[in-house]
Design a protein around this ligand. Structure first.
Ligand code: FMN
Length: 355
């Protein structure tokens, strides 16, 4: 399944070491002003090769758009685009032709497809997430016209947590999108990297300006759709909404969001009640595992079933949550754009306005 969304639908294609990765967006309404520089700047935030805290694989990641835009506005037809792969080093992966790397998609893909695309993880590579970021940037252009904005930052790296409130100004200028404790987080990443290891991280995503009423109960609940979108990012192992896991340790009197004359007095629900947005900010946390590619000896099986010891080479992120935070923003934008379009037919009144 390579398509995501219902009315705002992104289909992606491509592999890590193929000619290009790319996508088609179906469902962008006509008349949306398309700022391709803004789309490119979103893609640039996810690029590797820009600091010691990310993979050294430096791709230009220039988006080329083929269709769906005329004189700076969307036409309502499919937006097709590609990002060419220029810096693939398939030689780094030659020794992996017959083995299944620990913590990677290799084993599962081989069981399912009986093909071992050993070049950089093939389709399972997070290279594909550049397309999600591009798709999310187009979704942003639609959301902007409704005053909906989405941002993400890094809340924790390994054992280092931010103390106090998230600092969004810091995240905006930080090389690792840190919401606090930037130096300690950087040290945690460098310690792991210097030990030929990797480290996990958690990411906070907030959507602001989301109107009340988005979400399609019962089987298209907004919380379920967001959790699915975030869990669908490579390496995400848990997602929380509002109080999240902590809610299971609270009493109702602590967790309920009471209302006063100006609306909600708190936001433990994280902006979603009954699978529908409440009008409060949507608050999400994604938990990323440590990068599976580490440079220590590991044990695995090869295609013949023989036990093999191997040691990886190549270029990798020491902490995938850092660049993963950009992908989290994109996925939330894609879900919200989709829900916005789906919601257009939820009331007779809104349908009548259309016709
Ligand atoms: C933005 C991003 C960058 C990633 N970079 C790497 C990487 O450099 N090396 C690596 O081994 N895994 C990387 N991953 C994680 C793998 O793609 C992922 O763990 C693997 O495909 C297995 O999937 P799973 O962890 O969801 O089971 C990255 C993930 C994301 C979201």
């Amino acid at each position: 399944m390579n398509s995501f969304g219902n009315k705002f639908r992104l289909t992606t294609f491509g592999e890590s070491h193929g000619v290009a990765i790319g996508g088609v967006i179906d469902g962008m309404p006509s008349g949306v002003k398309i700022d391709l520089e803004l789309v490119q700047s979103e893609i640039n935030r996810r690029r590797g090769g820009q600091s010691v805290y990310a993979t050294p694989r430096a791709e230009a990641d220039r988006i080329e758009v083929f269709s769906g835009i005329f004189e700076g506005f969307s036409t309502g037809t499919p937006i097709g685009f590609a990002i060419y792969n220029e810096n693939q080093k398939s030689k780094d992966y030659e020794s992996l032709r017959d083995i299944f790397r620990a913590g990677h998609a290799d084993w599962g893909y081989y069981q399912k497809y009986a093909v071992r695309d050993h070049r950089g993880g093939g389709r399972a590579s997070a290279r594909e997430t550049a397309v999600r970021v591009a798709g999310g940037a187009f979704a942003r252009l639609l959301l902007d016209s409704f005053g909906v904005s989405v941002k993400s930052g890094v809340l924790s790296v390994g054992s280092v947590d931010i103390s106090g409130e998230p600092d969004w100004d810091l995240a905006a200028r930080s090389e690792i999108f840190a919401l606090g404790a930037e130096e300690a987080m950087k040290a945690e990443i460098m310690n792991a990297r210097n030990a030929h290891d990797s480290v996990g991280a958690s990411v906070l995503t907030i959507a602001q300006g989301v109107m009340a009423g988005l979400g399609e109960p019962l089987y298209g609940r907004l919380d379920a759709a967001l959790a699915s979108a975030l869990m669908g990012i490579n390496g995400v192992k848990a997602v929380e909404i509002g109080e999240g896991v902590r809610a299971s340790r609270l009493r109702g009197s602590e967790n309920n969001d009471n209302m006063g004359e100006n609306g909600f007095l708190s936001n433990h629900s994280g902006g979603i009640l009954g699978g529908i947005s409440s009008g409060e900010p949507i608050v999400l946390k994604s938990h990323f595992k440590p990068t599976p590619s580490i440079f220590k000896p590991q044990m695995t099986l090869d295609k013949t079933g023989a036990v093999r010891e191997y040691e990886l080479r190549g270029r990798h992120d020491p902490c995938i949550g850092v660049r993963g935070s950009v992908v989290a923003t994109a996925m939330v934008r894609l879900v919200l754009a989709d829900m916005l379009l789906l919601n257009a037919s939820s009331k007779l009144e809104s349908l009548q306005k259309l016709y």
